[in-house]
Each structure stands twice: as C-alpha cells, then as structure tokens.
Ligand binder design. Sequence first.
Ligand code: ATP
Ligand code: MG
Length: 399
Amino acid sequence: MRVLLHTGKGGVGKTTMALTTAFGAALHGHRVFVLSTDAAHSLGDALGMQLGSGPKEVAPGVTVQELSVLDELDDAWSVIQQWLDAFLRGERASRSASGDAPEGEEEMVAEELLAFPGLEELISLRAIRRVEQTGDYDVCVVDCAPTGATLRLLRFPDVLHFFMENVFEWKRRTMRMVRPFAKAVHADRFLPSDEVFAAIERLYQDIADVRQILLDADRTSARLVVNPARVVVDETRRSFAYLSLYGVATDAVLVNRVLPDAASSGYFSRWAERQREELGEIERSFPVPRYVMPLKQGEPIGPDALTALSRELFGDADPAGFFSRSRPIRLRKDAAATVLEIDLPNVREDEVRVVSAGRDLVVHVRDAQRLISLPDSITGRPLEDVALRDGVLEVSFAP
Ligand SMILES: Nc1ncnc2c1ncn2[C@@H]1O[C@H](COP(=O)(O)OP(=O)(O)OP(=O)(O)O)[C@@H](O)[C@H]1O
Ligand SMILES: [Mg+2]
C-alpha cells in the first residue's frame, strides 16, 4: 500500500491538498483511504460533510476517517505515564537526599517522554497499519498536523530507543535481583511492574512498526505543502532537511495559493511580484518536482471541487505514483571508504555536527538531532571525514 503524508506550515492547504491527491488517485482507479491524524480535524469541513469517528466512503473509491485521539490513546500510555512520573519523583528524591548531583540523562529522557507533544499523532499513525491490514486499499493519504508536531513525532522513536536501551534494559536485567532488596527497604515502588513492562513493550513495538512504514522509501513519501510567502518557504526548507535527516523521503512539493496572472495588475500586483520572487526561491530550494495550484476565487469544498482541483494540479499524472525516487539516507562504498550520505538541502556546514557514539551515529542539524544505528559492517570504524557537498552530508568511515 502506498502511503502519502501531507505536511507543511499551519493553514497552507494541507487538508485541501491531501483530499485533492486522494480524489486524483481515485480517478486513476486506486482504492484510497484518507486518514486525518491532526487532532484539529478538518476533513469534514473541506468535504462539506459531517463525519463521525469511523471510516466513511465519501465518493466511489475514497474512504475518509478522522481519528479520535481518545480512542487511539489506549490504557497502555497511562500505565507508562504513571510509572514515569513515579520514576522521576523517586530520582529527584534520591538526588536531594544524596547531595546535589546534576540531573542525569535518564531523567531528562524520562521528562521528554512524559512531555512529548507528538506522541498522540504518532500513536494515531498506527492506523496506517490497520488500513493496510484490511487489504481493501491501494493508497493511504495522511493529512498530518503542521510540520512542527510531525517532526517532533519522528524524533520520538529515538528518544524511546535511548530509553529502552539505557534505562529499561538495565532495569529489566537488574530487577530480578533488586526487587527483593528493594521491597525490604520499601523502595520497590520505583521499579516497573510487569504491567508497566508489558505496556512499554507494546508501545515500543507499535512505534517501531509505524517507524518502519514512515521510513520505507519504497512505499512512503512525504509531500510538503508550501505557499509562495517568505516565512512559509523558510520553514518548509527546514522541514525538508529534517524529514530527510529522520529518513523520510519527500517526493514532491505542492505549491498552493499562487496568485493567477489576472492578479498581476491592480491592487494585488505587489503581492504577485513578491510571490514570483518566492516561486524562484522554491524552485532553487527543493530538489524534487513541484506541482502548482493557483489561488481559487472561493474555497474548494466538496468532492466535485476537489476532483476538479486534482485534474488541474496533476494533469494526467497519477498522484499515487512516485514523483521522485531517492533514499534520503544511504550507504555508498568505494575503494577507499564507506560513506554514509544524508540529503540535507539548504543546510550550512556550520549547522551540522556529527558525533560517533559506539554503534550509533548522532547527527545534529541546528536544533534537531538524529541517532542513526550503523550497520554492522561499519560499526566501530573511525570517522574519517565529514563534509557537506551540494546539499548532501557525507560521513566517511575508514576501511
Ligand atoms: N488553492 C486554494 N484556493 C482557495 N482557497 C484555498 C486553496 N487552498 C486552500 N484553500 C482554503 O484555505 C483554507 C485552509 O486550507 P486547509 O484547511 O486545506 O489548510 P491546512 O494547511 O490543512 O490548515 P491547518 O493547518 O489548519 O490544518 C480552507 O478554507 C481552504 O478551503
Ligand atoms: Mg488541515
């Protein structure tokens, strides 16, 4: 099943473009499911229909669903939350009892997990797997939350991974030994119970599954929706690089709300001119095809209007196809070295820092960081060179 994620800055037209893509894919004979994972749903508004929380077929070949976060966030998360809370309180209490040791990394990670804003959306994305398991759909179009939240959710698996490897595994190994002693000194309430272990394991597995779908460039592509306006273009350039850093392939940019030629004289002429500059900027910034949608005279609402939009936007092209095919993170071997390449367009060399951490590589780009697990063939090899060339970060490992 093909998966198309639509994201971009708030209000740029993500929902409209997601539905336009869905109706266009249906014209090409695909059976399409549209999922909204943004807590502030607006599929119903854009369709001009009342939607419940279940799936609804809104036109031949197009089924939509606005996921209810409450249904998706099951008991597992509240069990984990309570334990994380107790864990943090316990750590703080023992720290103040033993003097003023600084806050440890485990604690910071536990805090980050607790306060994690993208978690709900990530958990909602489990629905992609449910849609796939029905076997009834060829394409799943996802209307995501604005980019900020989506990018944070991509980082979540890293945080959870760290937590699992460093805290959870250690606790699991030592717990059998520790629990009797802990009980004796009444400290066992900080140790995770079997119920907590089971809940953490389930969440971890679910998130690993979602991650596997999101990072599979053979079926999943992100489509960034952008408007020709300076602040939107700037944010979208950063998003493109971050998506790539987290391993999500963007195969096209959908440029929405472009003023038509009719606006080039009169009141809107200055706007039209500013837009032309930004369109040039968009062309230079994104190394993928662009599809352009003019600003319409009214809001495109309902299946007919959205189907018309899809013909205008994609022409004869099938929007469920791949508009470009590249793996944002890849390994290249040559005689001298093995090179890990990451597409990072619009990023400057001084904004990147690469640190080797045993089996993992930590790549910092501005305020984002990614933990990349290295394949066995290069783990333990010293970093030879790190360079940014033509929008591609090249990390070379000595033979
Ligand atoms: N090309 C267009 N021409 C005219 N109106 C448009 C166009 N694209 C979107 N709109 C309108 O702009 C408004 C915002 O669009 P939409 O809801 O798709 O944005 P969004 O990015 O999903 O917003 P949010 O961040 O709130 O989810 C809607 O009223 C929609 O009908
Ligand atoms: Mg929306």
